[in-house]
Design a protein around this ligand. Structure first.
Ligand code: R5P
Length: 326
């Protein structure tokens, strides 16, 4: 992966890495010329979180790097960290969540279902002042602004995926496993200078997927490159790989943005005959080969460092007692 060089030092920015985000947070701090601060997060015996901000955040722009791979466990400690940073005098607290969770349930499909994308967006918007993420799963939503009411930037890394394919794959055929992937697949194929095809997926359950392969595929001498934004159970990639093998293609390569890879998904994908899985470092994983840190830094500079258009300062409500002048 590429290494970053500091360009314009921003010593008043303080970058904090949530556990598991150390590597990418270090790269971001380096590129900003900012300090990489220290935080502690541990659990009390009953499971509650203990969070301590060790580095002084007073008068500083705090940038918390916390990918939301396990949001149910990570969100409360994130709120505690943002709150203590502000209470100790941070100017603003921004969140870099290379993977942003809770975007798939963006609608009530069945009566009674919680629309978690809306609730999660509201909670994050209360906790931090701005947000930068990578290729959020916007399917029925058209932009993050529909569920976030803070300045929110989405970094598009499809061109980086395409560049990787162009330099690493011989005669690639870029394959999207479902209609939702068409938005990335087109850009990846263009950057890779390759043809593309989008398959037809039906999801029957969380871990049950079928994929239909079109009849008019380009010739099987191509190397199929399965491109998806999220790989969770791996069933989408596995079903697509089976279909492509049955259609006569050699073992495909899979290039993904967010390698959530729950449980044994990584091993199961290999067993399904995928030659190689390559991912972006939005979630730390051995398959990481595409570095998104420089693109994140370019997106967060205007928000955190004051280059380019600035978001308006956020007015925060004082605690009730202070408002009342007591
Ligand atoms: C679909 O909405 C996404 O783009 C991915 O295809 C999906 O999240 C993959 O999930 P899984 O790996 O569980 O099939």
């Amino acid at each position: 992966m590429t290494r970053l060089q500091a360009v314009a030092p921003t010593p008043d920015a303080l970058v904090l890495a949530f556990p598991g985000n150390e590597r990418i947070a270090f790269d971001i701090a380096m590129a900003l010329g900012a300090e990489l601060g220290l935080m502690e997060w541990r659990h009390f015996p009953d499971g509650e979180s203990y969070v301590r901000l060790v580095t002084d955040p007073e008068h500083r722009e705090v940038i918390v790097v916390a990918t939301q791979q396990r949001p149910d466990a990570q969100f409360l400690p994130l709120v505690f960290l943002a709150d203590v940073a502000r209470e100790l005098g941070a100017r603003r607290v921004g969140l870099v969540a290379p993977y942003l969770a809770y975007l798939r349930q963006d609608r009530r499909f069945r009566r009674g279902e919680a629309v978690s994308s809306r609730s999660f967006g509201r909670l994050v918007s209360r906790a931090v002042d701005w947000l930068v993420t990578v290729d959020p799963h916007l399917h029925r939503l058209t932009s993050l602004a529909e569920v976030y009411d803070i300045p929110a930037r989405a970094v598009d890394v499809a061109p980086l995926l395409g560049a990787w394919v162009r330099t690493h794959v011989t005669r690639p055929l870029v394959v999207g496993p479902d209609a939702e992937s068409a938005q990335w697949v087109r850009v990846v194929a263009e950057a890779a200078d390759a043809p593309f095809v989008v398959l037809d997926k039906t999801r029957h359950g969380d871990e049950e997927v079928t994929v239909t392969i079109p009849r008019d595929l380009p010739d099987t001498g191509h190397t199929a490159v399965l491109v998806d934004d999220i790989v969770s159970s791996g069933q989408t990639i596995i079903a697509a790989a089976h279909g492509l093998r049955a259609a006569g293609f050699a073992a495909p390569v899979s290039v993904i943005v967010h390698p959530l890879l729950a449980g044994d998904a990584f091993e199961e994908i290999a067993r399904a005959g995928v030659a190689r899985v390559v991912s972006c470092n939005t979630v730390a994983h051995p398959s990481n080969a595409i570095d998104v840190a420089p693109a994140i830094v370019a997106a967060l500079r205007p928000l955190a460092v004051g280059e380019g258009p600035q978001p308006p300062p956020r007015r925060r409500r004082l605690p009730r007692r202070r408002r009342a002048g007591r």
